[in-house]
Design a protein around this ligand. Structure first.
Ligand code: SF4
Ligand SMILES: [Zn+2]
Length: 477
């Protein structure tokens, strides 16, 4: 009897502890909500999903090719809009339909096809990854999210989750920008969404709400919802399939109800607030006044302060070679195989130190070992600003026109070559360099110069196109 009592006490204690630990927080989904979330989202996804090329490719009966097709799309979609990716994806899959085809390509071709998509290391890593699969893994893609992340270069937790759930049907969640927005709003998480506490909670939610039968569709559904309905600005809550279990939506509706009641009765105390009851909670707004009623559901998510990009100024020299019998040609130089824009081509360029402009002969010598035998003067064209994720780059452009034989190239320096305008636009050059070329060409055409003049005069803050000094070309060296 004594021992039975002891046992039931012990049981009671364990049960108590359990109930304390599992007290649902407002930021959690109950089991019923999870089920509701799955069925509402999948129903909507089946009806509304966009017809995207990678969705067809993901049906390939060959598991390795299916994974490759998803891998390519997911890498391209990081930091890039769907509308932009479609064309690149079709071209890519047309050129390298199998992972073995991509493994055989060279980096130059990869950069060429990637040109204009930005974040060039993505294409390079994808290429390295397929080489690894062919050369070291016998052509077999790793078959779980964990192995994908461990074995393939450039495959992080998100991409691994996407490939594994979409191509292998592995029950694993994923978190990208769209999912962050949807989940932070659904569970009113206003803490820094890039911070550890919110990130951990998001991954835990993603892994626990994912549909066990259709993980790939559920994950795509959540991303599709974030991209088309639960958008950063002006989300379409009224047509959202999961609004009935969305706390941000309920909170906004409640605010409306409270103000209506206050107007009618001067009292709104009968409505219980939707709020987190924890004293201190890393998932909630970190300051009390952070909820701004006029922002509605857009109060979520919140991001910590981003590090300001560093300012750089780079001198760019466009050397145009006049040819008797054929078109003008331009000198381009290949960047090193590591670092920013690795392996891409550009006009001879040299970073300014302390904002001091480099003379033409120094730019040419230091960037590609070229020396001019001409006495011609270079012309200052203007400036173009291009923003990379971490660099605010200003290209200070000058141009010089020479005749054949007036420049000597040093073959021991980084690879350099002459290209026509058409070749330049086709080869592996960055968007920033294309802007530089456009600025160079614009003053030659009075019509386009006028158009640009009007635009820039009215938009001094249009940073991507701040071309100055267009109409007063001056001799710089
Ligand atoms: S109801 Fe509104 S805030 Fe909530 S998930 Fe849907 S679109 Fe997003
Ligand atoms: Zn909280």
């Amino acid at each position: 009897m004594k021992s039975m009592l002891k046992m039931s006490k012990r049981k009671l204690k364990t049960a108590d502890i359990k109930s304390v630990n599992t007290t649902p927080s407002i930021h959690d989904f109950s089991e019923a909500e999870k089920n509701q979330f799955r069925s509402l989202l999948l129903k909507w996804y089946d009806e509304k999903k966009r017809d995207l090329p990678w969705r067809k490719q993901a049906l390939n009966p060959d598991i390795n090719q299916r994974a490759y097709a998803v891998w390519v799309s997911e890498v391209m979609l990081q930091q890039t809009q769907v509308a932009t990716v479609i064309n690149y994806y079709n071209k890519w899959m047309g050129k390298w339909p199998k992972l073995q085809d991509l493994a055989k390509a060279n980096l130059e071709e990869v950069n060429e096809l990637w040109s204009g998509l930005g974040y060039y290391s993505r294409g390079r890593r994808l290429h390295e990854g397929t080489k690894k699969v062919v050369e070291e893994l016998g052509g077999e893609m790793p078959k779980t999210a964990e192995d994908l992340q461990k074995l393939l270069p450039g495959v992080g937790r998100y991409t691994a989750g996407a490939i594994a759930s979409i191509a292998y049907n592995q029950v694993t969640g994923l978190v990208d920008g769209n999912v962050i927005r949807v989940l932070c709003r659904m569970r009113i998480m206003g803490g820094d969404s890039t911070g550890q506490a919110v990130q951990d909670k998001l991954w835990s939610h993603a892994n626990s709400v994912v549909d066990p039968e259709r993980p790939g569709d559920f994950n795509q559904g959540m991303m599709e919802l974030g991209a088309t309905i639960c958008t950063p600005k002006s989300p379409s809550c009224d047509s959202c399939p999961v609004k009935e279990i969305c706390l941000a939506y309920s909170k906004v509706e409640q605010e409306k109800q409270k103000s209506a009641m206050k107007i009618l009765t001067n009292n709104n105390n009968s409505i219980t607030d939707i709020e987190c009851l924890a004293d201190t909670c890393p998932l909630c707004f970190q300051q009390e006044d952070m909820w701004e009623p006029s922002n509605g559901v857009e109060n979520y998510p919140r991001k910590g302060k981003k590090k300001a990009p560093r300012e750089e100024r780079t001198d760019v020299c466009i050397v145009c070679r006049r040819r008797q019998e054929s078109k003008d040609e331009y000198l381009i130089v290949q960047r090193p195989n590591k670092g920013l824009l690795a392996g891409m081509w550009e006009f001879p360029s040299l970073l300014q130190v302390e904002e001091a402009q480099n003379p033409t002969d120094i730019i040419l010598d230091k960037s590609c070992g070229a020396s001019l035998q001409t006495t011609g003067k270079s012309q200052h064209i203007g400036e173009v600003v291009h923003i990379f994720s971490h660099i605010h780059q200003t290209y200070v452009i000058q141009a010089i026109t020479i005749e054949e034989g007036e420049v000597t190239l040093n073959t021991e320096q980084p690879p350099s070559r002459w290209v026509s305008k058409e070749d330049f636009l086709e080869c592996a050059v960055s968007t920033g360099m294309k802007k530089v070329f456009k600025a160079f060409e614009s003053p030659l055409s009075p019509k386009s110069s006028n158009t640009k003049n009007k635009k820039t005069a009215n938009k001094p803050d249009d940073k991507q196109r701040s071309i100055s000094c267009f109409f007063k070309p001056k001799v710089s060296s």
